[in-house]
Design a protein around this ligand. Structure first.
Ligand SMILES: NC(=O)c1ccc[n+]([C@@H]2O[C@H](COP(=O)([O-])OP(=O)(O)OC[C@H]3O[C@@H](n4cnc5c(N)ncnc54)[C@H](O)[C@@H]3O)[C@@H](O)[C@H]2O)c1
Length: 418
């Protein structure tokens, strides 16, 4: 099935689900939380990331989990280990019918995000949706439109680097005019695994079978077929369910760059690469070189490899008056030690008296920020607009890779409609 057909089918399924829940109107359940009221949270998809999120959110003062929904029975016990009192559901719509629920965390595989996003808003709940916000451009447009219609809801996305000290400092340095004209940003993300063991490949639990998994609900509109435990657990490796490393990791870094420099969506994208590290049947590339053109003379590049981790992860904002560098786990070439941190270095050519700055902002707890916004009705640090812009950049890059040609924003939007 073509990508656009899957998109339409998936989205229609989601939209129908949202509208048939006739009692789920945006105004039904919204309650105003007082300073001492506990924020009641639900989660859809308490798998690997979902359980990490539960552990983070239970630490936030005055927040508690009341429910979890998943299509795999194993997750109920796992989620109850973190929040023993929760109700569990095998269908997310049942969770959304709960009245005693203020906000929903969506941590399902990428191809289910749009459906859970739309249904959650239709049920009148606030929402924290994991990145990437959607699986496709068409879904990103529809989710943004749904968010605008539900403008009384608080929506945050799982791009936690937007709350970090290295984001707060970088944004301030840019706003203070320390970098001058920025025409180039370089970024990269690299990992390694032992030979024969592909990045992201997870073992299949013994109880992962057709009896314990609602396979059709997982497929979410993709063509029906017999249960496939490997694809259910390792959905990240396949285009039908995933956008590969671009939607797993580039999205975090591009979001950070978009936020720091106040960027919109790219005008064009080009991406090359392939499955070079482990040819284990995966479809999504492990080796990537992507460039994104932005208005006003800016090119952002992002590179990734899964066969060498020496230079970890990093971003360099290269301006006429200075450079902002954020490094995480990069190995210093001279000392051999791992380097992390963020800093500003002046370009003496244009800022003769400029001084280097070592970043030290404390940052904010991303999860507490979301809960705080559920109370205050403010916009979370990682907003739906940020989620949308980052998603469009990621999907344009993937589209270019799959079409083997440079893709403009116009082409990307046309392809999404086909
Ligand atoms: N922000 C971050 O740093 C970060 C880190 C890792 C993963 N993620 C994101 O979190 C999401 C989940 O990734 P993961 O590694 O936890 O995947 P996972 O497969 O471990 O977990 C997904 C869970 O969703 C459930 N599920 C599948 N279809 C469902 C449906 N239709 N309804 C309800 N539940 C359903 C699965 O049974 C599973 O428990 C992805 O979007 C991923 O990109 C974000």
């Amino acid at each position: 099935m073509s990508q656009s057909k899957i998109e339409r089918r998936t989205f229609i399924t989601g939209a129908v689900a949202a509208t048939t829940g006739a009692t789920l109107t945006a105004s039904s359940y919204g309650r105003v939380l007082g300073a001492n009221d506990r924020a009641r949270l639900g989660i859809i998809g308490p798998g690997g990331r979902g359980q990490e999120l539960m552990k983070e959110f239970v630490k936030v003062p005055n927040a508690e989990f009341v429910a979890a929904a998943d299509v795999y029975t194993r997750r109920f016990d796992e989620a109850k280990k973190i929040a023993p009192e929760i109700k569990t559901f095998n269908d997310h719509r049942k969770l959304l019918e709960l009245k005693d629920l203020d906000a929903v965390i969506v941590a399902t595989p990428l191809h289910c995000h749009a459906r859970h996003f739309v249904d959650t808003l239709a049920a009148g709940k606030d929402m924290y949706c994991e990145k990437t916000m959607t699986w496709s451009i068409e879904e990103a447009e529809s989710c943004l439109a749904a968010a605008k219609k539900s403008s009384n809801r608080v929506i945050g996305v799982g791009q936690q680097h937007q709350s970090a000290g290295y984001f707060i400092d970088a944004r301030k340095w840019v706003k203070d005019g320390l970098v001058g004209k920025v025409s180039s940003v370089e970024s990269w993300m690299s990992r390694n695994t032992p030979r024969g063991k592909g990045q992201w490949v997870r073992p299949i639990p013994e109880d992962c079978n057709a009896q314990n998994v609602d396979w059709k609900a997982f497929l979410n509109g993709r063509s029906n077929r017999p249960f496939d435990a490997h694809k259910f657990i390792n959905w990240r490796l396949y285009w039908e369910f995933s956008g590969g490393n671009v939607t797993e990791n580039m999205v975090h870094q591009i979001g950070w760059i978009i936020g720091a420099l106040d960027l919109g969506v790219p005008t064009a994208a080009y991406m090359s690469g392939g499955v070079f590290s482990e040819k284990d049947g995966r479809e999504v590339p492990d080796t990537i070189s992507a460039t994104l053109d932005y208005p006003n003379d800016l090119v952002v590049s992002w590179q990734s490899t899964f066969s060498n981790s020496r230079f970890g992860l990093g971003i360099r904002i290269l301006g006429s008056d200075g450079t902002i560098e954020w490094l995480a786990g990069t190995t210093d070439m001279v000392s051999g030690r791992s380097v992390s941190g963020w800093s500003y270095s002046p370009e003496k050519t244009n800022r003769t008296n400029g001084e280097a700055i070592k970043g030290d902002a404390a940052g904010e707890n991303h999860y507490a920020n979301f809960v705080e916004c559920v109370r205050s009705r403010k916009e979370p640090n990682a907003s739906v607009e940020l989620g949308y812009r980052s998603a469009i950049a990621a999907h344009m890059a993937n589209l270019s890779y799959r079409r083997k040609q440079r893709v403009t924003l116009e082409t990307a939007r046309q392809v999404a409609k086909q």
